[in-house]
Design a protein around this ligand. Structure first.
Ligand code: LAN
Length: 724
């Protein structure tokens, strides 16, 4: 397996590529949670332990020579270490990497808008991409543990050229070879072709239609983009603008060179791009285009060429731009994520120009996605994991009974303040196809502003845990109406349709049929067109609501009904072998952890409930020789349990937490697992990076580096409470 984190020395060091001085990078975090790294010739302060840690330097914190003698000691060491990583604003920061299609988007957008690329970014992004190239064939994949694909290789090749690596560099030669072997840029999936069109190294004539006119359809039609999954909607919105307006950078020397490097056997001007509309390499085809999509594309191409009135197109572009502006305004130009962030930036330049407020604010916002690490500068999958990580950390410390201790009390209070600052205090603009957000939380920051069902629920649980502490000063409570508003939104997010009754999706209730998946044209992801019922999200909402009803009787009948219906869904989602499949991390152990916690909240445990028992039995049969659990990410693609050769701390912790919530009656498997976690604790009090923890859209891995701090602590503290 590829495990970039353990490569030493890094390929960029072997190749002697330029690097910046790691000691000169500082991380800034604002009260809302927004964060960015800056490089200083003369740093104005010392680096914090976290900055040093994430840059691969010695954090300078205490070390221990012997393994912990008890769970108590392990917990204290881990929390002492992790507490020093807390940011001044109360949150934890996170190197949230994995997707390998983000940097190229930003770099191409910067180039196409003639915007300056800070020199330190260029040096460090180059290092990152070189360090993450496939060790054997020198290509790149969809994500950092993937095989090489056309999508990854073409885009990252282009990015490196823009960043300044010459075509004659050995890294580039090797990449070109792999690119050609995989089928070359003509076989790139849609999202790659899109960026090539913007850079003018592929023609819009070779693109299947991405019609902006979709936005003019009546909303009652199931294909209206307002009904798609938020991320898909947010990405296809600016994509359709660029397609409709045929935005393409003016040809210059670099573009001319790229045109020959990308198509070594062809003359660029002679390529009949229209012939390559649906050319696709098989390595990129997780979800190949369906017959329905192909037919729709034929029809749309015909319509566009012969039938569409020009006026209609203008009207559509106007509406699309209006929606883009609303997205920018709802999030102060941050946008939902790193993909549409750079697309909206590009459009601000082409439509409003480099002197506009929109362009300038967008340019500043790019930094919120760029993250410095040991391997170089990467882009994060969101603008961070602030709310999510902070919620679980609070839950862990309070759950361990340490929230009122002298050592961790202040940490928890500061974290609570962060959650207060990250709670949404306004709704999004009513025209922007958004759900309510007042009182809710997102995954990252208040600025980003997208309610996520489970993020709201987990933050709610954390807040309630703190507000229920004896020592809590009631005058600091969150305003009751604001918390109630979060409940209103949560209740409104529950799915009512027959297909997923009682469940919760990620950001919104399901707004259109899963048949829409036939129109998925990205090919590299599965399940992206609409919202789906997610068992983890449903579990978290049950957990959040159960915590809420212990302290409040607000809308109690509806809350009870929502909990019951959600639990029915959770039980119905269990497979005959007792397992639950996860969607947002790897994979079964993750889903089990949330499911058993949810069910334990309504009194269903190993002794009292057949289904919980079956679930535990399934997990226990997966326990490995050494007492741990280990699942490979392939499990997410295949929806089958795929064990790894060695166990991993994070999954071991998840499985332990499941068994402990279920009150599993036998101590032995838990004792073995606890011992393993204690043995694996490192000399600083943390746990090693072993394998990528997270996933999205079935195919793309993404890391959650903080999972390996708080989940082992949570597992050990629950174990201690139950058995010692
Ligand atoms: C995330 C990260 C968090 C995740 C959980 C909260 C864990 C989950 O329970 C609900 C879904 C959510 C919020 C989620 C959705 C998809 C995201 C935003 C991501 C996996 C992080 C990155 C990903 C985003 C789509 C990446 C950009 C790529 C595109 C295909 C647009």
């Amino acid at each position: 397996p590829r495990n970039i984190k353990l490569v030493n020395p890094l390929p960029s060091e072997v190749l002697d590529l330029p690097a910046t001085n790691k000691h000169h990078w500082l991380l800034h975090s604002e009260p809302s949670g927004s964060q960015y790294w800056s490089y200083y010739d003369n740093p104005p302060r010392e680096q914090t332990p976290y900055e040093k840690y994430v840059l691969g330097l010695d954090p300078g914190t205490q070390t221990y020579d012997t393994p912990p003698a008890s769970p108590d000691v392990a917990i204290d060491r881990a929390l002492t270490y992790f507490a020093q990583f807390q940011q001044p604003n109360g949150m934890w920061s996170c190197q949230y990497g994995g997707p390998m299609f983000l940097i190229p988007g930003q770099v191409i957008a910067l180039y196409a808008t003639k915007s300056p690329i800070p020199k330190e970014w260029a040096i460090e992004m180059t290092r990152y991409l070189v360090n993450l190239a496939h060790p054997i064939d020198g290509g790149w994949g969809l994500h950092f543990t993937d095989k090489s694909t056309v999508f990854g290789t073409v885009l990252n090749y282009i990015a490196l050229r823009i960043l300044g690596l010459p075509a004659s560099h050995p890294v580039m030669k090797k990449a070109r070879h792999t690119m050609a072997k995989l089928g070359g840029p003509l076989k790139c999936p849609q999202w790659g072709k899109f960026w090539m069109c913007v850079l003018n190294v592929y023609s819009w004539d070779g693109m299947d239609p991405i019609p902006p006119e979709f936005w003019l359809l009546p909303y009652w039609l199931p294909i209206h983009p307002g009904r798609w999954w938020v991320h898909t909607r947010a990405v296809y919105l600016p994509m359709s603008y660029c397609y409709g307006a045929r935005i393409a950078a003016p040809v210059d020397d670099l573009i001319t060179e790229l045109r020959t490097e990308l198509y070594p056997d062809m003359v660029y001007d002679n390529i009949d791009f229209a012939k390559y509309k649906d050319a696709l390499s098989s390595v990129d085809a997780y979800y190949p285009p369906t017959g329905v999509l192909k037919l729709a594309n034929k029809f749309l191409s015909f319509w566009e060429t012969y039938l569409m009135p020009k006026k209609l197109k203008e009207k559509a572009l106007k509406e699309v731009k209006r929606q883009i502006d609303l997205e920018d305004l709802n999030s102060d130009y941050l946008d939902i994520g790193p993909v549409n962030n750079v697309m909206n930036f590009l459009i601000s330049y082409y439509v409003e120009g480099p002197d506009s407020v929109s362009y300038k604010r967008h340019y500043e916002r790019l930094a919120n996605f760029n993250y410095m690490t040991r391997e170089g500068m990467m882009m994060t999958g969101t603008d961070g994991v602030q709310v999510w990580d902070t919620s679980f950390t609070i839950q862990t410390i309070v759950g361990a009974g340490l929230a009122e201790s002298e050592k961790f009390g202040p940490v928890v209070r500061n974290a609570y303040n962060f959650l207060k600052n990250a709670q949404f205090v306004s709704n999004a603009h009513p025209d922007s196809y958004r759900e309510g957000r007042l009182g809710c939380w997102g995954f990252s920051t208040r600025t980003q502003g997208y309610t996520v069902s489970d993020c709201t629920a987990e933050a709610l649980k954390a807040v309630i845990m703190i507000q229920s502490l004896d020592s809590f000063n009631k005058s600091e409570s969150i305003d009751e109406t604001l918390l109630n508003s979060a409940i209103d939104v949560l209740l409104s997010l529950q799915n009512v349709g027959r297909f997923a009754f009682g469940s919760f999706a990620s950001y919104e209730p399901i707004r259109a049929t899963p048949l829409m998946e036939y129109m998925n044209s990205a090919t590299v992801f599965g399940n992206i067109m609409v919202e789906y019922p997610y068992v983890e999200c449903t579990d978290s909402v049950v957990i959040g609501l159960c915590n809420f009803r212990r302290v409040s009787s607000y809308r109690s009948d509806e809350v009870n009904r929502a909990i019951n219906n959600a639990c029915q869904y959770i039980l119905s989602a269990q497979r005959p072998d007792g397992s639950w499949v996860g969607a947002w991390a790897v994979c079964f152990t993750y889903a089990h952890m949330f499911a058993t916690e949810a069910l334990s909240n309504i009194g269903r445990t190993y002794e009292s409930d057949d289904q919980v028992r079956k679930g535990c039995d399934f997990l226990v049969t997966q326990q490995m020789e050494d007492g741990g659990w280990g699942e490979n990410f392939r499990a997410c693609e295949l929806c089958e349990y795929v064990p790894t050769a060695e166990s991993h701390c994070v999954q071991t912790a998840w499985a332990m937490i499941s068994l402990l919530y279920a009150q599993y009656p036998d101590k032995e498997p838990l004792e073995k697992a606890a011992k393993l976690l204690m043995d694996k604790q490192d000399r600083y009090g943390g746990w090693p990076y072993e394998e990528v923890e997270g996933v999205f859209n079935r195919t793309c891995t993404i890391e959650y580096p903080n999972y390996k701090f708080y989940f082992p602590v949570k597992a050990l503290s629950m174990y201690r409470k139950a058995w010692l």
